[in-house]
Design a protein around this ligand. Structure first.
Ligand code: AHR
Length: 501
């Protein structure tokens, strides 16, 4: 089968906002306790953070991390997580039915995120709390000194303000599972008033309002319209959340369908962009609302196991999906979709980062292991920087159970004019056939192929618990001055990095 990509350096979708490679740490399961934080672990540093986890996270080049939730957020009192650890209250986390010791809180997260070279995407509780707690938290974090809350931060060890720029106004407030769920009107009014108060405390911040927690929620659409209608001038981004699953392991055509979920993601993004722009037009506003895709991933493997977990434990084994090869292919394709929409998706968070539906797993009595999804995310996050180029693609398509037109060749190129490199990410979704991939770089003259890699050859159901998965060299590559040819294996994720003159 043949597939072709043509790109021009002047034909640009957008400068890629690096925050599109964000991730998420929720105080849930073992993300924090025995994940990020485990003072009795042999690799623990002076703050009790696992150094093996820090090293693995750094490899992902995640520039932004959302915290502290998630569903956890909607019942959390941020004040519980500050001050001397011995005085912090142990509480019920009624969102996940766990015990929260609060040993890890705001200051610990700020220290840890610095160690992994990321900035926070902080969230305020609009489930059980509201304007006052949100404004207080912002004052505590960002006000220099001289007030009760800013001086309290200093007393607690942070002389300099945290200067947190991006803030989420609650989490999934349309979800019936959420503590303090609200209808659209209630949420929209509360979010707007909270936004106004927060911007009075610090007008340099950016705010993300909750969109629907899923496109499948019955209020999807009406929710967005109401929230945008109330909050338009006081927010900067609207959020989207989407998780994908595979529900019929016995039917091989389901793999075709799973790998077509990028079509769903694309439709979701374009639909929400249209809603933002419709309200912009209605309001005759000069401002454009962009998107924060602040939760996305594959999530279904752990569903059954989670129903058997005993409640009221500290750091229970919850949401510990073990990802297989097909999940990695889907994650690669979803990343390409985010880049294709990088003109409007400015923030995105792979949910989550450690142990909980995560690319990085820990053994509390051992080391770290990397999931299949780690690899495509690492490559795109590291090399997919600069500009996203409009992909002019010729490819055959297939029809699956849910999608009429899934491209066998899913591809995008990014161009970094600082170091004059073009990086091409390409996935062959054909289960049986090699794809003869031809690339035309138009007026860019090739200096050298820096690197060509493939991630392929595994059974779709193979996981990486034994650490056998690796990125390999893609050998069947040739080039002329402006063109490259490569053979992409059936079911493969590939990357080509090209130095241009
Ligand atoms: O990421 C896991 C959960 O998924 C989050 O807590 C919640 O926001 C979403 O439903």
């Amino acid at each position: 089968m043949d597939g072709h990509l043509n790109v021009k350096p002047s034909d640009v979708i957008s400068e890629i906002d690096e925050r599109v490679y964000g991730s998420f740490i929720e105080q849930l399961g073992r993300a924090v306790y025995t994940g990020v934080y485990q003072p009795n672990h042999p690799t623990a540093d002076e703050d009790g953070f696992r150094k093996d986890v820090i090293e693995a996270v750094k490899k992902l080049n995640v520039p932004l991390i959302r915290y502290p939730g998630g569903n956890f957020l909607s019942q959390y009192r941020w004040e519980d997580g500050i001050g001397p650890k011995s005085e912090r209250p142990t509480r019920l986390d009624i969102a996940w039915r766990e015990i929260e010791t609060n040993e890890f809180g705001l200051h610990e997260f700020m220290k840890w995120s610095k160690k992994v070279n990321a900035v926070p995407n902080m969230a305020v509780n609009l489930g059980t709390r509201g304007i006052e707690a949100a404004a207080d938290l912002l004052e505590y974090c960002n006000f220099p000194k001289g007030t009760y809350l800013s001086d309290l931060r200093i007393k607690n060890g942070a002389e300099k303000p945290f200067a947190i720029k991006t803030w989420c106004l609650g989490n999934e407030m349309d979800g019936p599972w959420e503590i303090g769920m609200k209808d659209a009107e209630e949420y929209a009014k509360l979010a707007n008033e909270t936004a106004k108060a927060m911007k009075r405390v610090d007008d340099s911040i950016e705010l993300v309002a909750c969109g629907s927690s899923s496109m499948d929620n019955p209020t999807f659409g009406d929710w967005e319209e109401t929230v945008l209608d109330h909050c338009y001038e006081n927010i900067d981004y609207l959020s989207l959340h989407r998780y994908y699953g595979f529900y019929n392991d016995d039917d091989p055509t389901e793999l075709d369908n799973l790998l077509g979920k990028n079509v769903d993601l694309d439709q979701f993004i374009k639909g929400v962009v249209a809603m933002c722009d419709a309200v912009k037009s209605k309001k005759k506003s000069k401002k454009t609302i962009n998107l924060s895709f602040d939760e996305w991933n594959v999530w279904y493997h752990s569903n059954d196991a989670d129903t058997k977990v005993e409640p009221w434990q500290v750091g229970p084994h919850l949401l510990e999906d073990v990802y297989n090869f097909e999940d990695a292919l889907l994650v690669g394709s979803l990343l390409i979709t985010l880049l294709k929409n990088s003109d409007r998706v400015k923030i995105a968070c792979l949910a989550q980062l450690v142990n909980v539906i995560a690319p990085i797993m820990t053994d509390e009595n051992g080391g770290v292991w990397l999931q299949s999804i780690f690899y495509p995310f690492m490559q795109v996050s590291k090399y997919g920087r600069g500009k996203a180029l409009v992909p002019h693609v010729q490819t055959e398509t297939y029809k699956s159970r849910e999608f009429d037109n899934v491209a066998y060749l899913d591809t995008i190129a990014t161009y970094n004019d600082q170091d004059k490199t073009v990086t091409i990410f390409a996935e062959n979704k054909n289960q049986d056939e090699t794809l003869n991939f031809s690339i035309d770089l138009d007026d860019l003259i090739i200096d050298e192929i820096i690197e060509a890699t493939q991630f392929s050859g595994y059974d779709p159901k193979q996981d990486n618990k034994d650490g056998r998965m690796q990125i390999e060299k893609l050998t069947a590559v040739s080039n002329s001055d402006t063109k490259v040819n490569a053979k992409l294996n059936p079911l493969s994720w590939n990357m080509l990095r090209i130095k241009v003159k």
